[in-house]
Ligand binder design. Structure first.
Ligand code: FES
Length: 107
């Protein structure tokens, strides 16, 4: 299990416990966390599951694949260092304590 904190753009925090093996997007969806729309259902084809990873976590996540990198170009105000697509991040016990911030909007 891993505890993940989702921070809405307005500062509202949602802390969820997630089983290893799910994705960070699924963790948000299954816990009704607002701000992650995931229109494509996790196929890395929409960019509406975009978040900004807390700076201290950027280097602790598995690196982005080329497909995620490409799709992030379509996200709202992507940050080259901190932006990730949550459907492409698998939850592991090592992610316990992860903090991600939602963008102002998803496009
Ligand atoms: Fe569509 Fe992540 S859910 S890219």
């Amino acid at each position: 299990m891993a505890k993940i904190t989702f921070v809405e753009h307005n500062g509202t925090e949602h802390v969820v416990e997630v089983a290893a093996g799910l994705t960070v997007m699924e963790a948000a969806r299954d816990n009704n966390v607002p701000g992650i729309e995931a229109d494509c259902g996790g196929a890395c084809a929409c960019s509406t599951c975009h978040v900004y990873v807390a700076p201290e976590w950027v280097d602790r996540l598995p690196p982005k694949e080329a497909m995620e990198e490409d799709m992030l170009d379509f996200a709202w105000q992507p940050d080259p260092a901190r932006s990730r697509l949550t459907c492409q991040i698998k939850v592991t016990d090592e992610l316990d304590g992860l903090v991600v911030h939602m963008p102002e909007k998803q496009i």
